[in-house]
Design a protein around this ligand. Structure first.
Ligand SMILES: [Zn+2]
Length: 250
């Protein structure tokens, strides 16, 4: 087999792995910003609950002052009622007392409402504080994890890049240029021949093309997609590093 064909397969595998690692490195900061967003929203929820609890307390103090004022009015009206001269004046004071008593009852209802609201906000505050604690602990772990993953990716990227550069230097420059052009256009520059077809675009090879491809003595391209055709299933060259669970070559 033409040695360039074997190197092209390895080059394509290296290019694919380089792309995967670059994409992973680019996506890693988002993991931190996601946790930061959760942390911020937990922080906001804590502040909001605290502000509502405070507002509830100040509303309650105002209501209590209103009740006190109404009670003072009532006792003043009662004193006045002892000294009134006419029945009309007496009735008017009784009406004022009734009005003040009614406003006390309404204010007491409002106090009850603010207390129920306070209980609700206390619950929210506890939940938000617990979420804040969880996310604060999580972000440190996540930052450390992202840092170490990035470092590992950078190391692997350097290794794959060196390997790719080495392969490119060994391949005929015209072939490399063709590979680059097609890869830029179509994502991949090499296609295997399977069942007499180009496995990338599925176009059948003419008998003579197939024969040539199977012989593998020269670099030939698919007449349809122009990818470089490789007819033999070749074991991939040993990878510089192999992360468990990932396929280093395609
Ligand atoms: Zn093709």
């Amino acid at each position: 087999m033409n040695p360039d064909l074997e190197r092209l397969m390895a080059l394509q595998a290296a290019d694919r792995e380089i792309l995967r690692i670059r994409q992973e490195i680019a996506a890693l900061p988002k993991r931190i910003s996601d946790v930061e967003a959760k942390l911020n929203s937990a922080h906001e929820a804590v502040e909001q609950a605290k502000a509502r609890i405070k507002a509830g307390e100040s509303a309650r103090r105002k209501f209590e002052a209103d009740i006190q004022a109404a009670q003072q009015k009532i006792s003043k009206y009662r004193d006045q009622s002892l000294e009134v001269k006419t029945n009309e004046q007496y009735k008017a004071l009784l009406a004022e007392i009734g009005f003040a008593e009614q406003s006390i009852r309404q204010t007491e209802d409002s106090i009850l409402e603010t207390m129920l609201e306070s209980e609700e906000q206390e619950k929210r505050l506890r939940a938000a504080e617990s979420e804040l604690k969880t996310q604060s602990a999580f972000i440190e772990r996540e930052k450390a994890e992202v840092r170490s993953r990035t470092e590992q990716d950078e190391r692997e990227l350097a290794e794959w890049s060196a390997r790719r550069d080495g392969l490119r230097a060994q391949i005929n420059p015209d072939v490399v240029s063709h590979y680059d052009r097609v890869a830029r256009l179509r994502g991949t520059g090499v296609a295997e021949v399977r069942d007499g077809k180009c496995s990338a675009c599925n176009v059948l090879l003419r008998p003579q093309e197939l024969q040539e491809a199977l012989a593998g003595s020269s670099v030939m391209t698919c007449s349809s997609c122009t990818r470089i055709l490789v007819a033999v299933e070749m074991p991939p060259l040993p990878a510089p590093r192999h992360r468990p669970g990932t396929e280093a070559s395609a």
